[in-house]
Design a protein around this ligand. Structure first.
Ligand SMILES: NC(=O)C1=CN([C@@H]2O[C@H](COP(=O)(O)OP(=O)(O)OC[C@H]3O[C@@H](n4cnc5c(N)ncnc54)[C@H](OP(=O)(O)O)[C@@H]3O)[C@@H](O)[C@H]2O)C=CC1
Ligand SMILES: Nc1nc(O)c(N)c(N[C@@H]2O[C@H](COP(=O)(O)O)[C@@H](O)[C@H]2O)n1
Length: 222
């Protein structure tokens, strides 16, 4: 069993979620309110380690009125245990789970960083060779009571999740901007599919204006 997974992201008209240098302020203020309302509804939020390193996100409900209990569990997919010890995501604003691959378990558990984070209340989950086994992670989160999970990027994790058949719904804020650049970061990265036949098919279920932005909602049809 797995949680119902909603991928939420903001992209430019040309499908980029960040520039080559990592600049990623894309959503307008109305869209950020929508995002934080969604954060308040879900049981957990998940991001990849590069997003933590690039953005040092809080992943809490902080742009609308809320209480600490409204904050979902924060999950970081971190195959090699690279989490910076001072990351905001490890503070006590909400529970945090760091998922690491089995190959890096012994290195991590032997480190001071692991013990400091454990003492601060951070939980660890180990599965997979080199990369985190996302199917096992979803199963573990479900067993912990997570029924709805918001995937908030980045590009590499988004592709792994959709390739593994783990995303149920996609909500995209399309901002009226163009950034270009072959090295800018797109909504789905990874190795990609080689043919359109392999592409994951979507069904548009809603679309609406949100301030200056357009929000598109899709169901994923595996
Ligand atoms: N505009 C928006 O809505 C958003 C923009 N962003 C932007 O995206 C950028 C980061 O994206 P990106 O660089 O693609 O990185 P991700 O945040 O997707 O992290 C990917 C890393 O996670 C680790 N990982 C471990 N297991 C897996 C697995 N099974 N599948 C995939 N990844 C795994 C890998 O690192 P390792 O090998 O070390 O394990 C991998 O390189 C940032 O610039 C950020 O600002 C992010 C979110 C939203
Ligand atoms: N919805 C959305 N719009 C953007 O323009 C963004 N750059 C992002 N980024 C995601 O939100 C995280 C930051 O969260 P906090 O405000 O620090 O809680 C960031 O790391 C991305 O996952 N999202």
């Amino acid at each position: 069993m797995k949680p119902y997974v909603i991928l939420n992201a903001a992209m430019t008209l040309d499908g980029k979620i960040a520039t080559e240098t990592g600049s990623s302020n894309i959503s307008g203020k109305e869209d950020l309110i929508r995002v934080h309302e969604l954060r308040k509804e879900v049981d957990a939020i998940m991001v990849g380690i590069n997003t933590v390193i690039a953005d040092d996100p809080r992943l809490t409900v902080h742009k609308i009125e809320s209480k600490k209990e409204d904050n979902p569990i924060r999950v970081v997919v971190d195959g090699k245990g690279r989490i910076p010890i001072e990351s905001r995501i490890t503070n006590d604003d909400a529970p945090t789970i760091i998922a690491v691959s089995d190959d890096y378990k012994s290195d991590l558990t032997a480190s001071d960083k692991y013990h400091v984070l454990k003492n601060n209340g951070v939980d660890f989950f180990f599965a997979g060779e080199n990369q985190v086994d996302l199917v096992k992670l979803m199963n573990y989160l479900y067993e912990k009571g997570v029924r709805t999970l918001m995937l908030e990027g980045g590009s590499t994790l988004n592709f792994s999740m959709i390739k593994d058949g783990l995303i149920d719904e996609i909500r995209i804020c399309v901002a009226p901007m163009v950034v270009g650049g072959v090295n800018a970061i797109s909504l789905f990265g990874g190795d990609g599919f080689m043919t359109m036949d392999e592409s994951v098919k979507l069904e548009l279920v809603d679309s609406f204006s949100c301030g200056k932005d357009l929000v598109l909602k899709y169901k994923v049809k595996y």
